[in-house]
Design a protein around this ligand. Structure first.
Ligand SMILES: [Zn+2]
Length: 179
């Protein structure tokens, strides 16, 4: 749709399955835009769970209520949603779905364009919110990796990536299971 030349996270998922022996792969996409390309690639593939949280209605227009299936789950959120809204969506939708799927690997489409200072969207996530989302993702699977997606404020982006890395690491260090 003009933002991505390659579907990074889809390539990572297929590589994990075909080259690294991963069976069930889950993708959590918290980029502010609907992950329409990732959805299209895995829509009919029950070995990959795709969960997208995104501003809706918003570009590119897809990912609305009721769109998806058992392994394609959309969580459209209204403009103005902040940390509390995202964490509630995690508790009510994302975490139960991923636990039910029981992935061997969790991949995160880590966009930072839902931050309150991003110029492209109207969401209100903070650095603390991204840190918490990352920690919660890391707690959902024995292995986790993330790819950088959107984020259009180059002044805040490095700090937000740092916050997410702190979250991924905090869950890792507090877990008793091997990662
Ligand atoms: Zn985006």
């Amino acid at each position: 749709m003009g933002f991505c030349l390659l579907g990074n996270v889809a390539i990572a998922a297929r590589h994990a399955q075909h080259q690294l022996g991963a069976g069930r792969v889950a993708i959590v996409d918290w980029d502010v835009h609907h992950g329409n390309g990732t959805q299209a690639i895995f829509l009919d593939d029950p070995s990959v769970l795709f969960v997208s949280l995104h501003q809706w209605p918003f570009y590119p227009g897809t990912g609305g209520p009721g769109e998806g299936n058992e392994t394609t789950i959309n969580v459209p959120l209204p403009a103005g949603s902040g940390d509390d809204h995202y964490l509630a969506a995690f508790e009510q939708v994302v975490e139960p779905a991923v636990r039910r799927f029981a992935p061997e690997l969790l991949l995160v489409s880590a966009g930072f364009d839902a931050h309150y200072e991003d110029p492209l969207a109207q969401m209100e996530l903070t650095g603390d919110g991204f840190r918490e989302l990352a920690a919660r993702c890391a707690a959902l699977a024995p292995r986790i990796a993330a790819v950088l997606e959107g984020g259009y404020n180059v002044g805040t982006l490095p700090g937000l990536v740092g916050s997410a890395l702190e979250g991924f690491r905090s869950a890792r260090s507090s877990s008793t299971s091997a990662r």
